[in-house]
Ligand binder design. Structure first.
Ligand SMILES: [Fe+2]
Length: 1175
């Protein structure tokens, strides 16, 4: 359809004088309208609403005004297949006496250097409307420029006039009706016919059509005809719009517009929405005409259903009794087979899903998804991309029989297409039991190909893909065990541990917790050659081979010179691999590895025990993560023992999988770990204890799952033993008040902002009302609040996970007795063309499930934003460069070193752990857990980090930017993060001021402190902490800067870290990801669809585990800081007293809240504020 329009544009003759760069284009067009001039002119009274009816406008915002002259709107202009871009239009004339309306481009942009559109309405009974445009194109490309001008000539001018007419007909005259129908037919098939402008077979009684550009005449039996014009088409939205304005004897309308859109309900069912607009030809009363018209049209529309509906096969599940479908057996064939050590039913169950679940074991795909709406039933189509060829491939599930364990699927298309043409490509997968514990998996494929020389390469490609599936299943069932033969060759440039003396190095090799082996000692060299061979036992392919290089010391204990790891996943069984390993600590270690997997696994008891314990609640997602955590602990501990324990900055290197993401721009990190940063055994023990408490509490989770009654109970199954359920939250989380309260008192109090600028509000949301007031009235009364998740806009999508960059509007609801609270106005998830859907308490009356799902999507976006930006990014990673710079430039007895030291306790250690487990490049835990995946989260952080400014992000400044101050001039009650935060900030500032006054007589003394100035330079420069003062010339700046560091390390981190368990452990409240987008179409969604989008309870273990681990209370609160006790006792005593007073004050407040049945905010009570980022 869009092709039809494009052809007309291409065929249009554009006058030569318009074509040169910088030429002014002037076009004018007049049409008679079937409504009076007064009626037509009335459209301009609703300027904002009218904008939403203009085709090709996306994400409309009203920047200024509400329709009067001077009003400015912005929108993204996206006409079909033409140059698109951001535009701003200003209303410069609206003259009721001459009925002239004029808009101008507010400023030059990428599309137009200048642009003016004038619409003049003349006549009386019938309006004569003249539209003219005058513009200078800014499009550089001559072809595109010509296209845009031609588009104006052949289509846009008339279309704009009629967009306005259509608005009047629908919204002012009531000439509208919607038909909804469900047809058992695929959307593609239906669109293939209806979306083809030359095909009228879907129109009842039509015989043929004659198409002339965007016009077509449809001929019917009885020699009647109807002329329609294409008004709008968008094949990506399966939408097309046509108009007719001269069909008195046929539709009995003076004007008619049909807008047809197709939504896929499932692969075999399409939902059609047919919106029509009309004006009766004889001016009969609208309501009367409607009765006849809707009835007449109804019979035509239902004809569609009988014409397109297909018989039922496949949709409600294929009946195996009818046998597999017959298909054409190609001339060639290929296949593969193997044994998986698991019972038939278990292996079949793992293999059976046709969609993205396959990626769990079939690891040759970048992405895999069942096409909308994603139902895994016979007939569904999967779309996937292979990592190797990067081809996008579509396959259809033709048959699946759970009794005989057979699946047949066919190849539909490849993009880009392969060099030779393939057809009749059918693959049959058969599983049979070898015995109780083993299953044979067989792939057979038959195909035809256009040229025979390609056959052998197709055969080997297919075979490779099938073997990857079988190998993946084998891994999944832990059926591979074997031996690892290691040759420890030589090393070069090892780090020096003995000062000037050469080392006496030897190597200890182990496969994780297996028995280690040791090489001989090479005397007096940093470049030893061992050349020794060992054989080690391998119990699982997920293990690491760990090499530890040690210096034999004749006097004391041997020193560890460094370590290196190899993940066995990197090795191919039966193939030797030579590797030069980077030794963490310095130097290179050359090894040769030969992995040989046995056919028959020997299952040591220990492995069996761990598996049987872990599988029920953590498999398959969390099993490998637990391994990773354990491995990283081992790495962490061994790295403490390494040499060269200095504080040094290093930069993250780019991921092999995402070379375009500039990770080196992240804040610099301290790598390797200096010895003083080692966690105490007690702390390590507490972390492990927390892990074991979690595991212990998961016992009998399946029993609890089996006993669920309420629909949300499955997500409560994780709570037991050491893990208490947050009963209040589970009771309240669905309420709007609780949703809003969490923005003020929850885990992420960092995003809500007072809305003082109407350009922030999407045009669709302007009409929302709270307590009878419009958004603009609320804004004027300082009662409008907004959350804009714009940082999510730049995040790349990940298969199977769906997220938005929503906009939330809330308002301060006034309650009896002068009280108030934050409450909901509405949510917009998208920023697309046309009218974006708004979900609100009002829409919830008819669409409660969609409203709840919209709120869940907001919470999911908030979760990702909170963790990657405000928690991990701005506190954990952002503070690390300061730690390194302090240890590098400020000696231990320097007053600032003394002051800051307690606030950096364990920060480097916990960050090391986070980098190696949470966002690790080897196996990031965040990857499966978050909607953005790890790389998306880091991309979001980097985008924001480039704009970050340390001093501007200080607590008072950051709040000020969101419209909040210490005096609470915003009038918001219960924003305890703000209230308690300001009090704490003031206590800190007094404390820091006391210290600075003691240490520095005046500004000159600050300037003269060379160590301090070097510290600043390093933090801002190599440390990459943007906005940190490069030099500090005054006491004032020094006080602000130090207060900011201490607040961010203690209070800020505590506020965004410790509420994690309270708000994240019940997953529906804040899901880290959702597996489906908001469904299209006019109806509400099913509650079951909301539930299905949530991660299932047994796989949410990761979110619960992480929230439990990271909420581990600190054992060093700020009330225990004694940094100034010895040197400036008066400063210390005052600080301590003020903290305790504040703690008392907050406790009293919290008691009062509890008395009123409200939620206490305890996170900024000084007794709960950790002195540093230590978890
Ligand atoms: Fe943290």
């Amino acid at each position: 359809m869009a092709a039809t329009l494009k052809q007309v544009v291409d065929d249009c003759k554009v006058p030569g004088e318009f074509l040169s760069d910088g030429a002014e284009v002037f076009l004018t067009h007049t049409e008679d309208m079937p409504v009076s001039a007064e009626a037509y002119w009335s459209a301009f009274r609703d300027f904002v609403e009218l904008q939403l009816h203009m085709e090709g406008h996306e994400n409309v915002r009203v920047l200024k005004g509400l329709g009067e002259v001077g009003t400015v709107v912005s929108f993204y202009y996206d006409p079909t297949d033409l140059a698109e871009g951001q535009r701003e239009m200003k209303l410069v004339e609206k003259d009721d006496s001459t009925r002239t309306w004029r808009v101008q481009e507010a400023a030059p942009n990428e599309l137009y250097k200048s642009y003016e559109m004038t619409i003049k309405v003349e006549g009386t009974e019938g309006a004569k409307v003249t539209i003219s445009v005058r513009f200078v194109s800014a499009i550089k490309d001559r072809t595109q420029r010509r296209q845009d001008i031609a588009y104006h000539m052949v289509h846009l001018l008339g279309a704009r006039i009629r967009d306005i007419l259509n608005f009047i007909v629908r919204e002012k005259m009531g000439g509208k009706h919607r038909f909804d129908l469900d047809i058992r037919c695929s959307r593609e098939k239906m669109w293939g016919i209806v979306g083809n402008f030359n095909d009228v077979t879907w129109i009842r009684e039509s015989t043929h059509t004659v198409v002339d550009g965007i016009y077509r005449t449809i001929y019917f039996t009885e020699d009647r005809s109807l002329e329609v014009r294409l008004a709008w088409a968008d094949s990506s939205d399966y939408l097309f719009v046509y108009e007719g304005d001269n069909s008195p004897d046929f539709l009995h309308c003076k004007y008619y517009r049909g807008r047809i859109q197709f939504f896929a309900v499932n692969p075999n069912r399409v939902r059609v929405t047919y919106d029509c607009s009309f004006i009766p030809a004889d001016d009969s009363p609208m309501e009367e005409f409607k009765k006849w018209f809707v009835g007449a049209l109804n019979s035509r529309i239902s004809w569609l259903e009988t014409t397109f509906s297909e018989p039922k096969p496949g949709e409600e599940g294929h009946n195996p009794a009818t046998g597999p479908p017959a298909f054409k057996k190609g001339a060639y064939s290929t296949g593969a087979g193997g044994i998986v050590r698991g019972p038939l039913e278990d292996v079949w169950k793992a293999f059976r899903p046709f969609g993205r679940e396959c990626m769990e074991y079939w690891k040759i795909y970048d992405s895999m998804e069942i096409e909308a709406p994603g139902n895994d039933v016979v007939g569904c189509i999967r779309l996937f991309k292979t990592s190797k060829t990067k081809r996008t491939i579509r396959e259809r599930l033709e048959w699946r029989d759970d009794d005989s364990h057979v699946e047949i699927y066919s190849l539909l298309s490849m993009n880009p297409p392969p060099p030779v043409e393939m057809s009749n490509v059918y693959t049959t997968v058969t599983m049979t039991a070898v015995d109780e514990k083993q299953t044979e998996v067989k792939f057979e494929c038959t195909f035809d190909v256009s040229v025979s020389f390609a056959v052998s390469s197709i055969q080997s490609n297919q075979k490779g893909a099938y073997m990857a599936c079988i190998n993946g299943l084998q891994e999944l069932f832990h059926s591979e065990v074997g031996t690892l033969e290691v040759v420890v060759g030589s090393a070069a440039d090892l780090a020096r541990t003995d000062g000037w003396f050469d080392a006496d190095p030897y190597v200890v090799v182990a496969v994780n917790d297996g028995k280690p082996v040791t090489t001989k000692v090479c005397r007096g060299t940093q470049n030893p050659i061992w050349d020794e061979r060992f054989q080690l036992s391998v119990t699982s392919r997920t293990r690491n081979a760990i090499f530890t290089v040690v210096d034999r010391d004749t006097v004391g204990q041997d020193d560890i010179m460094g370590t290196a790891n190899v993940n066995l996943d990197e090795l191919t069984s039966g193939k030797e691999k030579k590797m030069a390993l980077d030794v963490q600590g310095g130097g290179t270690l050359n090894v040769r590895l030969y992995l040989k997997m046995h056919d028959k696994p020997k299952e040591p008891e220990g492995e069996k025990l761990i598996t049987s314990l872990a599988i029920p609640f953590l498999a398959p997602v969390a099993q490998s993560e637990l391994d990773t955590i354990r491995n990283e602990f081992i790495n962490l501990i061994t790295s403490f023992l390494g040499p060269g324990q200095k504080y040094e900055l290093s930069y993250m290197t780019r991921l092999r999988t995402h070379p375009d993401v500039a990770l080196e721009e992240m804040p610099a990190a301290c790598v390797p770990m200096p010895t003083p940063e080692m966690f105490t055994p007690h702390k390590t023990g507490r972390i492990m204890q927390r892990l074991m408490e979690f595991i212990g509490s998961q016992a009998q989770i399946f029993v609890r799952l089996a006993e669920v009654k309420g629909i949300w109970d499955p997500w409560k199954a994780n709570f037991s033993g050491y893990l208490p359920a947050n009963e209040r939250l589970i009771e309240e989380w669905q309420k709007d008040e609780e949703f809003c309260r969490q923005y003020l008192q929850g885990i992420n109090p960092m995003v809500v902002a007072l809305c003082k600028d109407q350009s922030q509000i999407p045009a669709e949301m302007l009409g929302l009302k709270g307590q009878g007031k419009t958004t603009l009235q609320l804004m004027e009364e300082n009662r409008l609040f907004i959350v804009d998740y714009a940082p999510m806009l730049g995040v790349p999508a990940t298969p199977g996970k769906f997220f938005y960059a929503p906009i939330v509007l809330m308002y301060r609801e006034e309650l009896a007795g002068g009280k108030s609270r934050l409450n909901m106005l509405g949510i917009q998830l998208t920023r697309d063309k046309g009218k974006n859907e708004v979900y609100s308490p009002e829409s919830a009356k008819t669409h409660p499930n969609k409203y709840m799902f919209a709120k869940m999507h907001v919470q999911s976006a908030d979760n990702n934003l909170h963790q990657f930006l405000y928690h991990l990014g701005y506190t954990h990673l952002g503070m690390e460069p300061i730690v390194v710079a302090m240890h590098t430039h400020l000696p231990p007895d320097h007053p600032i070193h003394r002051l800051l030291l307690p606030h950096f306790k364990d920060t480097v250690g916990i960050n090391y752990l986070a980098r190696h487990s949470l966002v690790s490049r080897i196996f990031p835990i965040t990857d499966p857990m978050f909607a953005t995946s790890t790389v998306g989260g880091l991309v979001m952080f980097l985008n924001e980090w480039r704009k970050y400014d340390f001093m501007e992000m200080s607590f008072p400044e950051e709040l000020k930017r969101r419209g909040f101050d210490e005096a609470r001039s915003d009038g918001l009650e219960g924003y305890f993060y703000r209230d308690d935060g300001f009090k704490l900030w003031n206590v800190y500032k007094t404390y820091v001021t006391g210290m600075v006054n003691h240490a520095y007589a005046d500004d000159q003394a600050v300037q003269a402190d060379k160590a301090l100035q070097e510290f600043c330079k390093m933090t801002e420069g190599p440390g990459q902490l943007h906005g940190f003062p490069r030099e500090i010339p005054t006491k004032k700046l020094l006080i602000d800067c130090l207060t900011n560091i201490i607040f961010n390390s203690s209070a800020q981190h505590s506020a965004v870290n410790f509420p994690q368990y309270e708000y994240y452990s019940f997953v529906p409240n804040r899901p880290a990801q959702l597996s489906s987008p908001m469904p299209d179409g006019p109806n509400d969604m099913l509650q079951s669809a909301v539930l299905e989008a949530l991660p299932p309870p047994q796989f949410t273990a990761l979110q619960v585990l992480l929230s439990y681990m990271l909420s581990m209370p600190s054992q060093t609160a700020i009330t225990g800081v004694e940094a100034m006790k010895e040197v400036y006792p008066d400063v210390h005593e005052k600080f301590n007293k003020e903290l305790l007073d504040l703690s008392k004050e907050i406790k009293t407040r919290n008691e009062g809240l509890k008395g009123e049945g409200k939620v206490a905010y305890t996170y900024l009570d000084p007794e709960n504020v950790a002195m540093s980022i230590d978890i």
